[in-house]
Design a protein around this ligand. Structure first.
Ligand code: SAM
Length: 369
């Protein structure tokens, strides 16, 4: 836990970590499995992606024809605008071009566009990418990139985690479809959770076993032990996920759950097995379910579940009522304790003591299920 927190703190400062090709391929395939034409005739924008480095650009350029894209636009952020300063050296790819400009290379972003066959081999692929310097530094919030956003149908990227709230707001205000990477805890942000609750955003297909590995170029000592692996050159983040508003099959697979009675008999969790009831909350009418796989399938009231439930959330099976932060009645707690120990949370009573729980998502079984 300490390692994860440290990694989160460090990455809040440093946004420079790069997504691996197989992770992008696996995620995009999930949308294609559900709808093979999801990208057909569409303009895709990759707004935080320098094609010299980004596997997003590589993936979409290589699969341009297979996906049936109309246009691919990829923009990068100027090295001098990046929060994390690293020694900068333009690549051969850039310097060999007649329009290379040593100053602009540092202070301007770049735009890469793929739309037609330039090389004359009758195929549209990565060889046909054409680039220019942007007028500005490529900040996704700039007027220049907003205009590209407005032109696009679908926006895909791993955005800077430190600007995640702003990035989501930027997507939502334009009403665009998107597939982006973020931290699972971002689901609880006040800018994000209401969208999840209303089924306007959901989690994507996901990383293998919830572990995401990213490439970094430098600053290895920034990461806690066990986060950076020297042999692979990758950093491992637990708790990473994809956020999207494009449908995929996994989100329609209901969780297979036991009845309450069977949970008491067979649950693998000591907090449930052998018990006679699920703990009721003191300050909300509902029961505490500390593990997603311990949700009873035959309970019709409100249940509080961990945030990781979102990865298994099937909107056909459950509705989301809110989070503890919004729904916990703190007057009851203040009355019982005489004071409050921190912000709103759900409480249970154990051995006569009030216990403050981790943040919970409150859900209820859909009546039709
Ligand atoms: C987490 S990295 C991911 C890079 C790439 N999308 C990938 O997945 O390999 C986020 C990138 O966004 C860039 N960035 C940071 N702030 C930005 C901004 N305001 N506008 C556009 N890009 C930004 C960072 O420099 C970094 O390269």
């Amino acid at each position: 836990m300490a390692n994860t927190n440290l990694a989160n703190a460090k990455t809040a400062k440093n946004d420079e970590f790069y997504t691996q090709y197989p992770d992008i391929q696996k995620e995009i395939n999930a949308y294609l499995d559900y709808d093979p034409n999801v990208f057909r005739g569409k303009t895709v924008l990759l707004p935080c992606d320098d094609p010299e480095w980004s596997n997003f650009t590589k993936f979409f350029a290589q699969n341009f024809e297979l996906l049936g894209l109309k246009k691919l636009i990829s923009t990068s952020y100027a090295p001098e605008s990046k929060k994390y300063k690293m020694p900068y050296q333009p690549t051969f790819f850039e310097t060999e071009q007649p329009h290379f400009n040593a100053d602009k290379s540092k202070t301007h972003g770049k735009i890469f566009v793929l739309e037609r066959d330039v090389t004359g081999d009758n195929r549209i692929n990565i060889e046909d990418l054409q680039w220019q310097y942007l007028e500005g530094d490529g900040d996704f919030r700039s007027k220049e990139i907003r205009k590209l956003r407005d032109e696009a149908d679908i926006i895909v990227t791993n955005p800077p985690f430190s600007l995640f709230r702003e990035f989501v707001a930027w997507l939502v205000e334009a009403g665009k479809q998107f597939i982006i990477i973020g931290n699972m805890n971002a689901a609880m942000y006040k800018e994000v959770f209401p969208l999840i609750k209303e089924n306007k955003i959901w989690l994507g297909n996901g990383f293998q076993s919830g572990n995401a590995y990213f490439r970094i170029d430098a600053v290895r000592n920034e990461y806690a032990d066990g986060v950076y692996d020297e042999t692979t050159g990758l950093v491992k983040f637990r708790n990473c996920c994809w956020y999207t508003n494009i449908d995929h099959g996994r989100r329609h697979q209901p969780l297979r759950l036991m009845t309450m009675a069977d949970n008491f008999k067979h649950s693998k969790h000591k907090e449930i097995r052998g018990k006679k009831e699920y703990e009721p909350y003191v300050n909300f009418e509902g029961i505490e379910v500390p593990y997603t796989d311990a949700i009873p399938c035959d309970y019709n009231g409100a249940m509080g579940v961990p945030i990781s439930f979102l990865d298994k959330y099937c909107p056909d099976q459950f509705e989301i009522l809110g989070i503890g932060l919004e729904l916990a009645n703190m007057d009851i707690i203040k009355e019982k304790l005489g004071k409050l120990n921190g912000g709103p949370r759900l409480y249970v009573e154990r051995d006569g003591e009030l216990v403050r729980l981790y943040e919970r998502i409150l859900i209820r079984k859909k009546q039709s299920v």
